[in-house]
Design a binder for this molecule. Structure first.
Ligand code: SF4
Length: 338
């Protein structure tokens, strides 16, 4: 903890320099992975996370939705892929999934994966059997955030424990899936809490492949609607220290990005953030946020990270044959034996 707190307190230029050095050792410094998020079941969540407009404990005026139909999810996933996303994340506001819902979700995973996208889900707490079912369906990532430090956690959520969260992450790992786990800053926590959150994440063995660092979006009706703003420089420090502690993880600039200035986002990339979310309303090219992101990428010389598609031997063979068939039809092959 002392070492992490010392990193957070470094002179800003020194901290960014160290983060950038580490970032360049493990990643293309100008590539940013793009994920798209779709809420497949919104609102009426029984949990009481004080920052969340989807909690049924607070009146935020958010509409409640049933689980989205598979076809609609696949349509959105296809649009996300065509807009440049390499990973499609699906989130449901549940404490944990019921088996009848999980059956539908498993089919979603299969069909989204068939589009050539990486898949990620966040469905609440999982037991070992649920994690195995998701892994068998081909789910690549499971998102389950630790949110904040163990010490501050009780101020934010009372309906599940820190231990519950670590247990779910353990089930995800045991099932062989990759982990997406991070937290939220700007909840009124101290700098020591931010250090303790990063410590918890960095001590996961192995470390999470994706680490979303969210900036609280204050929503009217939630208990945190009037909490003091976190200074953007402290947000950047958190990103930089996440990069240093978890050198091989994708550090994701997540919620709160829409409210951030270009300068803050640019500093976050410099500090080692190398992944962003595009929300579900951002799927058309005419969308202003998507256009703004493209303009910022151009300005900074950034480019979307290309995904390495992992295919089984069988799938590879099928793709190869299909590619040869296409080329044959294009009459690009000639008979070299004649
Ligand atoms: S469990 Fe998720 S959806 Fe439910 S209140 Fe907490 S953050 Fe919101």
């Amino acid at each position: 903890m002392e070492e992490i707190e010392a990193l957070l307190a470094l002179p800003f230029n020194d901290l960014l320099f160290r983060a950038q050095q580490i970032h360049r050792t493990y990643f293309d410094p100008n590539a940013v992975q793009i994920s798209t998020l779709l809420s497949i079941k919104t609102g009426a969540c029984p949990e009481d996370c004080k920052y969340c407009p989807q909690s049924g404990h607070y009146n935020t005026g958010l509409g409640k939705e049933k689980l989205l139909e598979i076809e609609k999810v696949v349509t959105q996933a296809r649009a996300a892929r065509d807009a440049g996303a390499s990973r499609f994340c699906m989130g449901a506001a549940w404490r944990s999934p019921r088996q009848k819902d999980l059956d539908v979700v498993l089919e979603m995973v299969r069909q989204v994966k068939d589009l050539g996208l990486e898949t990620c889900m966040t469905l609440g707490m999982l037991d070992g059997d649920q994690a195995s079912q998701l892994a068998d369906a081909g789910l690549d990532y499971y998102n389950h955030n630790l949110d904040t430090s163990p010490e501050y956690y009780g101020e934010i959520i009372t309906t599940r424990t820190y231990g519950d969260r670590l247990e779910t992450l353990d089930h995800v790992r045991q099932a062989g899936m990759s982990i997406c786990s991070g937290g939220i800053v700007g909840l009124g926590e101290s700098s020591r809490d931010r250090a303790a959150l990063l410590q918890q994440l960095a001590r996961l063995e192995p470390q999470p492949e994706s680490v979303p660092i969210n900036m609280l979006v204050k929503v009217a009706g939630t208990p945190l609607e009037d909490v003091d703003d976190l200074d953007p420089i402290d947000f950047i420090r958190t990103i930089a220290v996440a990069r240093i502690l978890m050198p091989k993880s994708h550090v994701r600039l997540s919620a709160g990005r829409e409210q951030m200035s270009e300068s803050t986002q640019s500093l976050a990339f410099l500090a080692g953030a190398n992944s962003i979310f595009h929300g579900e309303t951002l799927l058309t090219t005419s969308n202003p946020q998507l256009a703004r992101d493209r303009a910022l990428f151009d300005k900074l010389g950034l480019h979307p990270e290309q995904r390495e598609v992992c295919r089984s031997d069988n799938e590879q063979q099928q793709h190869l044959e299909a590619a040869i068939q296409r080329r044959t039809n294009e009459s690009l092959f000639y008979d070299a034996t004649a």
